[in-house]
Design a protein around this ligand. Sequence first.
Ligand code: FAD
Length: 409
Amino acid sequence: SQHAAVDVAIIGAGPSGAVAAALLRKAGHSVLVLERQHFPRFSIGESLLPQSMAYLEEADMLQAVVEAGFQYKNGAHFVHGGKTASYDFRDKHSKGWGTTYQVERAKFDDILIRRAAEQGADVRFGHAVNAIQTGEAPQLEVADEAGNTYTVRARFVLDASGFGRVLPRLLELETPTRMPTRAAIFTHVRDGLPAGSTDRNKICIAVHPERRDVWYWMIPLADGRSSVGCVAEASFFDVTETEREAKLRELIRVEPTLCELIGDAPFLMPVRHIGGYSANVERLYGPGYALLGNAGEFLDPVFSSGVTIALRSAHLAVETLKRQLRGEAVDWLADYDRPLRRGIDTFRAFVDRWYTGELQDIIFYPHQTPTIRRMISAVLAGYAWDETNPYVADPVRRLNSLHEACKAM
Ligand code: FAD
């Protein structure tokens, strides 16, 4: 049998697991990553935010990402009928990167985990974690594809299993999320945007002509393809698997901008469906473990914040864990859970008001002052933890009064 003893065992090789692995290796710790699937594998979540670049840089992954030739991204473009609003992330309140990429996740995630392996992480594909014993010396039960099971002893476990939510399920940590149950249907298309067109450089978010709580994304990728999808309350997509393609086609047809850019272009893969993805837990840590990225909390895809929160969580957890492994007393609530949730709460204030329509009024308001635009732009670029931004320090009150001001004009 293949017992293993390591400093840190990581469940899942997605972006949060890969970045955590690399950062721990840089600090000299032994790391074992257990990944159920084989890479490259499909994942949704293709539009990055500029804030994520800092963590790729810190994990020595940025050069490999830049050299992969992904689609350059510098902002977000919103449309609703005849109304449009463009945010350029280089023009923002917060310091830091203003540009990033739109990535095919199969390739992006593969690059990240390879970089972690090159830095000395032991990565095992086709190995699934099935059980945990928590505590000061946590143990994982692992099964490989041949059906062999073995035990991993670690000084600490990081759960980076994304929507697999391994520890929340095994330890019954899940709490209800306030978010309504929404779902998405999506595919890749060959789009009508010429190579080099500046429209490729922004994610396009379109609001459904009749329902403000229904929206679409179009994320141009490299090679003339785009990711396109629609998000709505789950009942909106109450169609069988074989009817999904027709449903997405129909939705594209009624939205003028997407209709023009996509029209009848061929779908390059079967239309996929994902639902019930919003989730939360009471605490992002426990005896001998912490939860990263989507394994902890996931809100909503509208602001493309998922990977950014995942990488921020890896950075914050590793900072805390490095001190713990050195023998220092750490406080996971004060050092990890609360600081991470500050930014998640910023996004939550924005997401809530997106679905009520208030944030849409703000975004499409034509007379916003440059200062306020730059503050909103910073949050949309992922700088949701920068407390010098009033829309981060006090997002609920600020957005509410800004909405009042936009309505009154
Ligand atoms: P993941 O990337 O999900 O990786 C988890 C890994 O763990 C997987 O490889 C899985 O195989 C592995 N695993 C699971 N169970 C086990 C087990 N038992 N043992 C071993 N391994 C296991 N985010 C963005 O940033 N931009 C976007 O544009 C965006 N769009 C989205 C659109 C939709 C419709 C949805 C639902 C989400 C979107 N997201 C987006 C969110 C994004 O997909 C996630 O936030 C991101 O992938 C989280 O990364 P992660 O590292 O936490 O987990």
